[in-house]
Design a binder for this molecule. Structure first.
Ligand SMILES: CCCCCCCCCCCCCCCC(=O)SCCNC(=O)CCNC(=O)[C@H](O)C(C)(C)COP(=O)(O)OP(=O)(O)OC[C@H]1O[C@@H](n2cnc3c(N)ncnc32)[C@H](O)[C@@H]1OP(=O)(O)O
Ligand SMILES: NC(=O)C1=CN([C@@H]2O[C@H](COP(=O)(O)OP(=O)(O)OC[C@H]3O[C@@H](n4cnc5c(N)ncnc54)[C@H](OP(=O)(O)O)[C@@H]3O)[C@@H](O)[C@H]2O)C=CC1
Length: 517
């Protein structure tokens, strides 16, 4: 049987979402580890005033491609951009491009989606469900298609506690919902959204569940694989540790904590923090593409791509052992607002207390200071945005899910020893403290584009912040002393009583230690 690189040799691959976080890693890994792949057709739209070509050329200059660029400087010749806006009829692919794709594509990876939690339902439906439907229709016209791999999310069924590798019945028949929403104006759809999504937290998980159902409906006509990653984080090993390029999920939280802005967050310390490195997801995806094409399973196979059941890591471990905080103290971010020191609690009231004391009051004081210096206040605005993001994420950090990941283990068993190394998705080998350290460094280097040579200056800045805190605390004690204690006879009596008690306690200890010696 062909190995994974042998299978992809000479194949034409179609990828949606190639300009996104996971899509880029998929393109890079295919080019690097399957060097004989024939061509990668990527569906790209023009965006933010940039043409499709410009976007693709910028993407290929990205540091992520350094390794493949070194190994094969002409790698870009294998990338064929196809102009496409997925929310438009026919995915707005030109007739000539449709002809080209249907004539040659052998395998499709569908990564594109809107992953925003606050996306209006109509738009989320358009992109996550209708575009998937349209892509499936296009796939059916492809004469040489061998596999269709759809990227879903492990949280598509987050309304369940135990999630098997099956496609659950959809909350509503997607076709009916699409037809009804079509004629409604945006206001009506907004009003009925909470009723529709029911016990799911957002339109993202809801539409991803519907998309799985749409994909399943084609399982008799296509060879389908569905990958369900949990919380996708920075790369573990490939192409280098710690690569990350966005603020989504935990990355934004880590950065906010590293900058000393985020000081408290609600999470269940005992719940599993089901992070999964992006390179693990992509290795599994490529292996699943190979397996689906070679073995042609009769029904769509679902792969829960998670770590919790195999090598669990808990939110409490991030807080308790301060993996994130200690990493940012060793490798501080530039111009931190305060020293990194975030507290994780599951208690709503304690969290609210810290939000007031450690977020709102410092933001108010800082904004006051900015106003006095004649500058525009900004901290309160930053905190409001942070609270909005955190509020949307807390659903995922406050609960526990159990995913069955048997298909992931089954797939691993099917690989040759060589493929198991090249396309490693064995998360038992993952060392969490080391991974989190590289993740934090990755946010500094690749998301914030900060230079590692500035670390001594950043450490100096943290020392300055610590001295400011000591000075502030001393001033506060003196102030409290002056205002509350020095002015009241009773407070003074209590104070002297406490001091004399401490003194007696100390004398007793000194005496007893002299006796034992
Ligand atoms: C030490 C403690 C550890 C505890 C750690 C717990 C982590 C618990 C993670 C669970 C995670 C589950 C994940 C499910 C797994 C999926 O299946 S899928 C993918 C997950 N999807 C996402 O994470 C998308 C979530 N993000 C959103 O929906 C939108 O960005 C938001 C949060 C609604 C904000 O929307 P918006 O106000 O329009 O703003 P947007 O333009 O997106 O960003 C505004 C600013 O906020 C920043 N920002 C965006 N996202 C974030 C963020 N997550 N955090 C902070 N800042 C952010 C942006 O950088 C931006 O800053 P500027 O560049 O303007 O300075
Ligand atoms: N990140 C995560 O934690 C997780 C992600 N997933 C799933 O993985 C997949 C990839 O996620 P990720 O890479 O993080 O997401 P990104 O947001 O980084 O990428 C989304 C991709 O979809 C493309 N896209 C969005 N809208 C359109 C459109 N209208 N027309 C054409 N292309 C469009 C984007 O293109 P453009 O650059 O033009 O915007 C981009 O390439 C998604 O299906 C997501 O549900 C699952 C679990 C967790």
């Amino acid at each position: 049987m062909a190995s994974i690189p042998e299978y992809y040799a000479g194949k034409n691959v179609l990828i949606t979402g190639a300009t996104g976080f996971m899509g880029k890693v998929l393109v890079e890994k295919l080019l690097r580890s399957c060097p004989d792949v024939k061509a990668l057709y990527i569906l790209v739209r023009p965006k933010a005033g940039q043409s499709m070509k410009q976007r693709v050329s910028d993407m290929m200059k990205c540091k992520l491609f350094d390794r493949v660029r070194e190994e094969n400087p002409d790698f870009h010749q294998k990338i064929v951009p196809i102009s496409s806006e997925l929310t438009q009829p026919g995915l707005s692919i030109s007739a000539a491009d449709v002809e080209r794709l249907t004539a040659c594509v052998n395998i499709v990876f569908h990564c594109a989606a809107t992953i925003r939690f606050d996306e209006p339902l109509k738009h989320a439906l358009q992109l996550n469900v209708i575009a998937t439907q349209q892509l499936l229709s296009l796939a059916q016209q492809m004469h040489h298609l061998e596999a269709f791999i759809h990227i879903s999310t492990a949280y598509a069924n987050c309304n369940r506690r135990h999630i098997d590798e099956v496609i659950y019945p959809p909350p509503v028949e997607p076709k009916k919902l699409i037809e009804s929403v079509e004629w409604m104006d945006d206001g009506i759809v907004r009003d009925i959204t909470p009723r529709l999504i029911g016990d799911r937290p957002n339109t993202y998980t809801y539409t991803k569940a519907l998309a799985e159902c749409v994909v399943q409906q084609e399982q008799d006509k296509l060879n389908i694989g569905i990958i369900r990653p949990s919380i996708v984080g920075a790369s573990w090993q490939e192409p280098f540790p710690g690569w990350i390029d966005n603020f989504n999920g935990p990355s934004g939280v880590f950065i906010a904590a590293g900058k000393g802005i985020l000081r408290t967050m609600r999470a269940n310390n005992d719940a599993v923090a089901d992070l999964i490195p992006v390179d693990v997801v992509i290795n599994l995806t490529l292996a699943a593409g190979w397996y689906t094409a070679v073995h042609r399973p009769k029904t769509a196979l679902v792969y829960n791509c998670t770590t919790g059941g195999i090598n669990p890591f808990h939110w409490g471990e991030i807080g308790e052992y301060h993996h994130v905080m200690s990493s940012f103290k060793r490798n501080p971010l530039e111009q931190a607002f305060r020293r990194p020191n975030a507290n994780i609690t599951s208690n709503y009231l304690i969290n609210q207390y810290w939000i007031l004391v450690s977020h709102k009051i410092p933001a108010f004081i800082y904004d006051l200071f900015l106003r006095l210096c004649g500058q525009k206040p900004q901290m309160m605005r930053i905190f409001n945005r942070l609270h909005k993001a955190i509020h949307l994420l807390e659903y995922f950090s406050s609960q526990d899910w159990e995913w069955n990941s048997e298909n992931m283990s089954m797939l691993m068993g099917q690989l040759t020893p060589e493929d198991r190394k090249t396309f490693n998705f064995d998360v038992r080998q993952l060392n969490w403290p080391e991974y989190i350290e590289n993740y934090c460094i990755g946010t500094k280097k690749y998301v914030l584009n900060e230079d590692m040579s500035d670390i001594p200056a950043a450490r100096q800045h943290l020392r300055k912040l610590r001295n400011i805190r000591y000075a502030f605390n001393t001033l506060l004690v003196v102030f409290i002393w002056r205002v509350f204690i020095a002015r009241s006879q009773m407070a003074r009596n209590i104070w002297y009583f406490v001091v004399s008690l401490c003194f007696k306690f100390l004398s007793y200890f000194r005496a007893s230690s002299t006796l034992t010696n």
